[in-house]
Design a protein around this ligand. Structure first.
Ligand SMILES: O=C(O)CCC(=O)C(=O)O
Ligand SMILES: [Fe+2]
Length: 344
């Protein structure tokens, strides 16, 4: 079991120095990629006639890409950004009224991966699954419905987009929705708001430590402030995912890695912080409906390519992740992945 971090909450705005509890080894803040398009996470226009092959390349080599022409209206993105900023600007004691309970997943709290790291992260979060009404009422007793309406609008747009993206991603694997063993939209998708306060010593602070997401895929809106970085495996370099006006970042999660029988890489990513600007990200965590077991797609399995993973439900996988973190995938692996040099 990881050791539990005690007293996790900090009034970030009152800090003029980085406390030792939050001081990591120096962080490389000058990642490659800004000017070198060879090294950049791909940007894919969803109306591009070559969308399948572009997605396949991005998912194989990066486990992440940005999308444009996604159809989410700018006012829906602006709305959730403003609501998130309003929420995190409140005094800590107000936010703590909606604190995540020790065995819960929704509400206000520190990063859920915190127990796996010896140092704390320079961020706070708020998670919504279903309706945020209860937590919202605790924070804004007299006017909580504005927050619920904004979340609702965002959720509707994300449900539409996840369905479209799922079709395209399956197409990029040579499959269709009929090849999965689920039909209905997911009932367990989550919205996660992440807030990274201004930091007095960003070179030694970590916004969100390196991790992969336990999703099929994640849709991330980062507004116009950089901070998200993806690991480029072959050079072991952290590459910035630059904010592009109106674009959304798609990150391949562990369950899509399983569904693709290991062909698509789950993107290892992290968030860094800065000295001058607060940063907000809005993350939509998409997985299969509850009870559905995700397994390698039938068309990607044959005598030469045995299934690498056993079927697993989202909640089973989340349980493994909460216990084993970056070793969770190996817990559901039933067959060693082929040696890289021998892969077709
Ligand atoms: O804020 C970001 O850019 C990253 C957020 C993230 O990776 C997450 O919430 O899982
Ligand atoms: Fe993530």
């Amino acid at each position: 079991m990881p050791s539990m971090v005690t007293e996790p909450y900090l009034e970030f705005d009152s800090m003029t120095e980085l406390p030792d509890s939050h001081a990591w080894a120096p962080i490389d803040h000058d990642p490659v990629g800004r000017d070198n398009m060879e090294e950049a996470v791909p940007v894919i226009d969803l109306e591009d006639p070559n969308v399948f092959s572009r997605m396949a390349d991005a998912c194989r080599s990066w486990g992440a890409f940005q999308v444009t022409n996604h159809g989410v209206p700018p006012d829906v993105l602006d709305g959730i950004e403003r609501a998130g900023m309003d929420l995190f600007s409140l005094p800590l004691e107000r936010k703590l009224r909606a604190a995540r309970s020790p065995d819960g997943v929704t509400g206000y709290g520190v990063a859920r991966i915190a127990p796996f790291f010896p140092k704390r992260m320079w961020s706070e979060g708020f998670t919504v699954i279903g309706s945020p009404a209860d937590h919202s009422r605790q924070i804004w007793p007299h006017d909580y419905s504005f927050f619920c309406d904004i979340i609702d609008d965002y959720k509707k747009e994300m449900e539409r987009l996840t369905s479209k993206l799922m079709g395209l991603i399956l197409g990029s694997l040579g499959a269709t929705k009929d090849d999965t063993n689920w039909e209905s939209p997911s009932d367990c998708d989550a919205i996660q708001l992440n807030y990274y306060p201004i930091c007095p010593d960003p070179d030694r602070a970590m916004g969100l430590a390196p991790h992969t997401d336990s999703t099929l895929f994640t849709i991330l809106y980062q507004s116009n402030i950089s901070g998200l970085q993806v690991l480029e495996e072959s050079s072991a370099t952290w590459i910035e995912v630059p904010p592009l006006c109106g674009a959304l970042v798609i990150i391949v999660g562990d369950l899509l890695h399983i569904l693709s029988n290991g062909a698509y890489a789950s993107g290892l990513h992290r968030a860094v912080v800065n000295r001058t600007r607060h940063r907000l990200s809005v993350v939509y965590l998409h997985g299969p409906p509850s009870g559905v077991r995700v397994r390698p797609l039938p068309g990607l399995v044959d005598a030469d390519r045995p299934p690498l993973y056993r079927p697993v439900t989202w909640s089973e996988y989340l349980g493994a992740k909460a216990k084993y973190f970056d070793k969770a995938l190996s817990c559901v692996r039933i067959c060693a992945p082929p040696m890289k040099g021998l892969m077709a």
